[in-house]
Design a protein around this ligand. Sequence first.
Ligand code: IMP
Length: 425
Amino acid sequence: MPAKIVLGAQWGDEGKAKVVDYLTQEADVVVRFQGGANAGHTVKVGDAKFVFHVIPAGILQEGKKCAIGNGVVLDPQALLDEIDELAERDISTAGRLLLSQSAHLVMPYHIALEKAQEERQRDGAIGTTLRGIGPCYRDKIERLHGLRAMDLLRPDALGDKVRAGTAAKNEILTKIYAQDPLDPEQILDQYLGYAERLGDYIGDTSLFLNQALDQDQTVLFEGAQGTLLDVDHGTYPFVTSSNTTAGGACTGTGIGPTRIDEVIGVTKAYTTRVGNGPFPTELENETGERIRELGQEYGATTGRRRRCGWFDGPILRRAASLNGLTSIALTRLDVLDTLESLQVCVGYRCQGELIEEFPADPLVLAQCEPVYEELAGWCSPTTHVRRFADLPANARAYVERLSALSGVPTSLVSVGPERAATIPM
Ligand code: IMP
């Protein structure tokens, strides 16, 4: 099975990096296909902890190649910070990391604009990560001032583009948001520096990936954020600006859909969300607090506390259908080890009617009350378990119930952050 997409089935932070890291053992190439430094992918190997925002988690495994696809919005400084941090820890990226020439560049004015916008919105704010993601994708779609990685390879033309882009954004920053203008020459100097350091990494990732697949190599497509943060299919407008769903893996890398063999939806054994927006099973009580502390649910990128709630079956079913999931990878089962009883949302009551599907209309969603089924907890540690049959009976029943609700088989259960704390099914 050479091409596998691994993506989030909820609102992000599902533990995709751990799953990607585990599956990389059997892969040759790992590629990111959307998002940017808004992602925070944490991997634990032995005592060492790595947090990636840009580089695919696969870089940790020797000999594996990594790519950053055209669908990613690339913050060169964030990327260089990661390259340098890996180098300090004796992990080389040279010759192992390829950046798409077509990936758009996050510019300082994208970040400045986003901060000003979110500040102005206050109560209506999306609660973004302030990494310039939305404004950068806006420039890409608008087609007036978008800068791409390939522009770094043409320093002579870069100046005009940076000056034009900065001038246009300075108008908005100063006239609409009463902010100080940014200095285009300073930005140019900064990006010329990036060009020098990143030039050798830039190339045609679509060609590279298609050739890898032609040679029967295994390629993992590493998603960022999650299905319900998809700009088309998520809880709009409280979403990110890219397609986090399976189709994004094709458009974000230049791979045809016929090449994809598996789509693995990573889901937590409960639900979390960072930022604003609807969350039907949210627990704003002691149990929510307990799950947050047990799971240490604080953002890897922004440090924000994650909102926590019970597992939501209609969300997973929706993710299965939107992505054509072939299996689910269930993570953080161990976080629930000490809870005496668990609630699982099996549908919603909406204006007196019972519905099983997650509604796409936010006004309908706002009227939905979760309908719960109670399952007994297992009240014993699972982190050491390596075979499904060795899990406590109640934990097995829980996993099986979630799988049944989604209509998709479970291919893997994670019982701890370590690579080894994984139960293949
Ligand atoms: P943006 O992607 O920074 O524009 O933020 C848009 C929404 O997506 C906000 O609610 C963020 O909290 C959320 N978001 C973005 N990246 C992640 C992530 O990696 N994990 C979880 N939520 C995220």
